[in-house]
Write a protein that binds this ligand. Sequence first.
Ligand code: ZN
Length: 134
Amino acid sequence: MVLRVQVRSRGRSDLIDITEKIRALVRESKVQDGICFLYVPHTTAGILINENADPSVARDILNELERLIPWDGHYQHREGNAAAHIKSSLAGASETIFIEAGELALGTWQGIYLAEFDGPRQRNVWVKFLVTQK
Ligand code: ZN
């Protein structure tokens, strides 16, 4: 079974911390030992793991991606959102996180972000758990 999480983004580019939503799903699942797969079915959004203790890290990531891949750069894609497709490719469409003792095994400073690059809009994260033996 695939669980679906809906996320609302706020700007054209946005990093939305979904760590607590995913933690809640893990707890509801009662999986004690396993793997959590996260998948974003979009071509202009992605998913990434990085620091969520200092919010300036997320802003730096977005600002630097914008500098490297400017919205109004010279691209061939006629829809006008080539920068979003490129950023989405860099962020990637999936993450894999272990579940130990019924909790996501994230590093101390790590959080999970839905990475929006062509918002604001409604996005989806697909979640699947694989139960493994202790
Ligand atoms: Zn496009």
